[in-house]
Ligand binder design. Structure first.
Ligand code: FPP
Length: 246
C-alpha cells in the first residue's frame, strides 16, 4: 500500500486508530439551501475519501460514527434517506476501500436496522473477513453504553469474572487497539455516546468544519496536532521520559 507522509510527522507518531464523529451534514446542506439528504450524500463521499487518505498516511484502524441509537429517533424520511444511501453506495464504496486490506466491522445492533440493510452489511463484513491488521469500523445503530451492557451481559452468561481486559475483548471492537485520536466535526464538543470505554486515553480533537467540508488536509492537521501532544497515560513527565516508563 502506498504510504504518504505528513509534513513534520514521524510515521511512528501517526495514530494507529482514529475515531471520527461525522457531524454537520445537515447544517452544511441547510446553509446551501439544500435538503439534509444532500448533506448526508456529500458526507458519505467525504467519509470514503477520508478513509482512503487515512490508510495512505499510515493509520491502521478508522471508526466512523454513521448512525447512533439516538439518531434512530429522527424523522422516518431522513432515516429512509440514510438507508437508501447505504443500499445504493455503501457496499460498492466499502469494497473499494477495503480492497486496501482492511476488514470491515459494523459496531452496534444491526437488528435495529431494516432487515435488508442488516443482510447487506453482514455480507460486506464477510467479504473482508480474511483481512487482518487494518480495519474500518462503521458504527450503525450504535451506542457505547448499550455496547458495554451487551459485553457485560455476555461475560455474565459465560460465568466469567469481569476484568478490564475481558470486557474490552467482548466489546464490538474486541481485539483492536483502542482509538488514539477521536475527531469530531461540526462545532460540537462532546462524545455523544461514542466509544466511551475505548476512548479512556484517546486524544480529542474538535473541528469547527461541517463534516462534508472536512478535507484530507484537515485530517493531516489533526494528526499533526496529535503528534505534538504528550500522552502520559496517568504517569509523570519524568516517568514517561525514562526508557521503560517505570
Ligand atoms: C450527524 O450530522 C450525522 C449523521 C446522523 C449521519 C452521518 C452519515 C454520514 C456521514 C454519511 C452516511 C454514511 C453511512 C454509512 C450512512 P447531522 O447530519 O445530524 O448534521 P447536523 O448536526 O448539522 O444536523
Amino acid at each position: 500500500m502506498k504510504k504518504n507522509t505528513i509534513n513534520g510527522v514521524e510515521p511512528t507518531s501517526v495514530p494507529k486508530h482514529i475515531g471520527i464523529i461525522m457531524d454537520g451534514n445537515g447544517r452544511w446542506a441547510k446553509k446551501r439551501l439544500m435538503p439534509r439528504s444532500f448533506g448526508h450524500r456529500k458526507g458519505m463521499e467525504r467519509m470514503i475519501g477520508l478513509l482512503e487518505h487515512a490508510f495512505d498516511v499510515g493509520v491502521d484502524y478508522v471508526t466512523v460514527y454513521a448512525l447512533s441509537t439516538e439518531n434512530l429517533k429522527r424523522p422516518q424520511d431522513e432515516l429512509d434517506g440514510l438507508y437508501a444511501l447505504i443500499r445504493k453506495h455503501f457496499l460498492e464504496n466499502m469494497k473499494k476501500v477495503c480492497a486496501r486490506g482492511a476488514r470491515l466491522k459494523i459496531l452496534g445492533e444491526i437488528s435495529l436496522l431494516p432487515p435488508d440493510i442488516g443482510a447487506l452489511v453482514k455480507k460486506a463484513e464477510e467479504e473482508t473477513s480474511a483481512y487482518t491488521g487494518k480495519g474500518i469500523n462503521v458504527a450503525l445503530g450504535y451506542g457505547s453504553r448499550a455496547e458495554i451492557v451487551r459485553a457485560a451481559t455476555e461475560a455474565m452468561k459465560r460465568g466469567e469474572t469481569l476484568t478490564e481486559e475481558s470486557l474490552s475483548s467482548l466489546l464490538d471492537t474486541g481485539g483492536q487497539p483502542d482509538p488514539d485520536l477521536i475527531i469530531r466535526t461540526g462545532k460540537e464538543v462532546r462524545l455523544s455516546n461514542f466509544l466511551l470505554w475505548q476512548a479512556a486515553y484517546a486524544e480529542l480533537y474538535f473541528s469547527d468544519k461541517m463534516f462534508p467540508e472536512f478535507s484530507d488536509a484537515d485530517l493531516d492537521k489533526a494528526i499533526e496536532e496529535f503528534s505534538r501532544r504528550t500522552r502520559r497515560f496517568g504517569k509523570t513527565d519524568e516517568q514517561c521520559s525514562t526508557a521503560d516508563g517505570e
